[in-house]
Design a protein. Structure first.
Length: 264
């Protein structure tokens, strides 16, 4: 899998929301999109997927412009998890996950035994099999988000795109979400793009990062090279220290913000 955005520019009015975006990922790369509120992170994801159309530039999927694919072909390769919202639908969890196969199956057919088996296997993978027969409108925010990720992964996409998947969740559920994303990348060879408000999450799970700032500032590159103290101050107007530590024989880094930058 190879995804490339070349010279991506998008405008709602005269002024560009996004300008000259260039990025590329392949294989099982995890890309995090970081930046303060209002810089166009969600708009970027929508442009990448074709929900919104670039005014200039192009999204290339496996070397072909995205607009040359049919909708069915796109959603056989890409899965999307939008920002979490409370479900108002009284579908069971297993039925919600089976809906993730709709790009490869006839949506109006009664699900087959093997489709239920795929759904249950994916629910086991994300630790939600015990909820298979529960209704989605009865779930907590963290449970529902896990179910939506299971629905996105059940079709074994080449690319998984998530918009703030850990936003509004408690610490445990945030960790669960991040672990599932890492497993999808490593075990299913799925590339992932994550829009997040948590630089620490980016630092610990992603290979690549796109930093976005006001005035169409942007940096794209290796996460460990981009997420340094000077860039945290430049893009988030916060002074910080990056601290390394070891726990359970694993090495980690964490960003410790300690004050708003002078003049901000």
């Amino acid at each position: 899998m190879n995804l490339q955005v070349s010279n991506g520019t998008f405008k709602y009015g005269k002024e560009p929301i996004l300008k000259d975006i260039d990025l590329s990922i392949e294989g099982n790369t995890i890309l995090t999109v970081l930046g303060p509120n209002g810089v166009g992170k969600t708009t970027l994801l929508k442009c990448i997927m074709g929900f919104l159309h670039w005014k200039e530039g192009v999204t290339l999927l496996n070397g072909k412009p995205l607009h040359t694919y049919s909708n069915k072909e796109i959603w056989q390769k890409i899965s999307y998890v939008p920002q979490a919202k409370k479900s108002i639908f009284s579908y069971t969890v297993e039925d919600m996950v089976i809906m993730g196969l709709s790009a490869t199956q006839n949506f109006f057919e009664v699900p087959k035994k093997e489709e239920y088996e795929k759904a249950h296997l994916m629910l086991e993978t994300v630790g939600m099999i015990k909820l298979a027969h529960k209704y989605c409108n009865e779930l907590s925010g963290g449970e529902l988000q896990m179910v939506m990720i299971a629905r996105a992964l059940v079709s074994e996409p080449e690319l998984l795109i998530l918009d703030e998947p850990e936003s509004g969740l408690d610490m445990k559920n945030q960790i669960c979400i991040l672990e599932v994303i890492q497993r999808a990348s490593k075990q299913m060879n799925t590339a992932c793009i994550i829009n997040t408000h948590f630089p620490n999450h980016a630092l610990n799970i992603s290979n690549k990062t796109l930093l976005m700032g006001y005035g169409n500032q942007k940096l794209f590159g290796d996460t460990r090279e981009l997420l340094i103290e000077t860039n945290i101050e430049r893009f988030f107007s916060v002074r910080s220290r990056i601290v390394s530590f070891t726990a359970e024989d694993q090495s980690y880094k964490t960003i410790f913000p300690y004050m708003i930058a002078a003049g901000q």
